[in-house]
Structures are given as C-alpha cells and as structure tokens.
Design a protein around this ligand. Structure first.
Ligand SMILES: [Zn+2]
Length: 227
C-alpha cells in the first residue's frame, strides 16, 4: 500500500528535477526585452550615438544552452528577422538589440532567393592567413557611415540553425560587386565579441593612402546595405 503512494511521489520529484535541469537561456531583463511590444514589433537597434548603447555593443556575448524549442528563443529569432527586414539590412546580431547572446541572422546573397540564415553559437574554425580590405562596410549600429574593413576572403564556420541542425560550411565572397557572404558572417561574428567594423578600418587598394575620416564622414545619404 505504501509503495503505491511512493511511486507517484518519486515520479513527481523526478519530473520536477528534469525541469529544473533545464538551464535558463536568458536573464529576466532579456526575457522582458524580447517580449516587450508583442510578437510582431521590431526591436530598437542600439547605436553608437548613445553612450549606454555603446556599453552594451562592446560587451562580449555568450553561447546559449542548446534548447531550440525554447519559446523565448524562437520569439527572439522571429523579432530579429522583423527588425532586419524593417531596417533593410543584410545582417543583425542579438547584441545590437541588447541581447548579449551568440546569435545572429544574415542574408545569403550568394544563394537563390537570398534566404535569411539563423546562426546560433557560431565559430570560425578556419581562415586563410591573408586578408583583404573590404570596401563599403556598414552597420545598423553606426548609422550613416560607410568605410573599409580588414576581412578574410573566406571563412570556414560552424553553427547551429534555429532547429538545432549543426552546420559546417565554407563561406566565400568579399566584394560588393559580386557577393560578400564571408564578410557579412565576419561582421556579425565580430558583434558577438563586442567588435565594430570601425575597429578594423583599412585603406582601399586604390586609395591615396588616407583612411576614411570616421569623425567627419557621417553621410546620411549612404545607400550601402548595413549589417
Ligand atoms: Zn553591424
């Protein structure tokens, strides 16, 4: 008789401990930020024009536990996609909206229909020694400025998709005249380290040796895609 009562109690304790073992993906403040404004509202993008934003943009982000069915994670991805589209960008990283987690979205301009790719817990596992000076980098967090940045011409990367599918692939392209998927990935990956493209400025090969004047070169008519 006693064991009849004990069994459901043990089962209950086991289930509760299973739930407790699930790690929290986000802090309370991050959850509030993600849910704020409802499911369809774009996030406000942090910019270097605001001191508090700069502090968050300079934070180093962290990997998330691999719990891809988490509803808050899926909502974050949905709202990042909405924000990317609203801003007409080619990439956006979670830190740019105040979530310091290793997550970003980027558009594969080199693939048919230019799909938006979700990247979770990414790593750059291989790259060449040589670098190129990519012309026309831009960033949603640095409005109105376009400049050149030092980049690898290709990168081999690993990450998880929104469904938890592990991906390992080589990304190529560093020219706005052709494709620049390798550069977009590096730009977004840098955001996760608290690095902005203006930290990596370089002289274009055909320039006269003068770097862009970042402090005096804000151009509100800049038409390059930002990321
Ligand atoms: Zn950016």
């Amino acid at each position: 008789m006693r064991t009849l009562f004990l069994k459901p109690i043990i089962l209950f304790i086991f289930l509760v401990s299973m739930v407790a073992c699930k790690q929290a993906l986000f802090t309370g403040a991050e959850r509030d930020l993600i849910h704020n404004g409802g499911e369809e509202a774009p996030f406000d993008v942090l910019t270097i024009l605001n001191d508090e934003d700069v502090e968050k943009l300079r934070n180093v982000s962290e990997d998330i536990p691999l719990q891809f069915d988490d509803t808050t994670l899926q909502l974050l991805l949905k709202k990042l996609s909405i924000t990317l589209k609203a801003a007409n960008g080619v990439g956006i990283a979670a830190p740019q909206v105040g979530i310091n987690k290793n997550i970003f979205l980027f558009i594969r301009l080199d693939l048919p229909d230019e799909p938006v790719i979700t990247v979770i817990n990414p790593k750059i596992v291989r790259h060449p020694i040589e670098t190129v000076c990519f012309e026309g980098d831009g960033c949603l967090s640095i409005p109105g400025f376009s400049g050149n940045s030092v980049r690898y011409p290709w990168v081999e990367v690993e990450y998880y998709t929104e469904n938890g599918e592990p991906v390992r692939e080589r990304l190529e392209g560093y020219s706005r005249q052709d494709t620049f998927s390798a550069v977009i990935f590096q730009h977004e990956y840098d955001h996760l380290q608290g690095v902005l493209f203006t930290d990596k400025r370089c002289d274009a090969p055909d320039s006269d040796g003068e770097k862009d004047d970042f402090d005096n070169h804000f151009d509100s008519d800049c038409e390059d895609d930002d990321f």
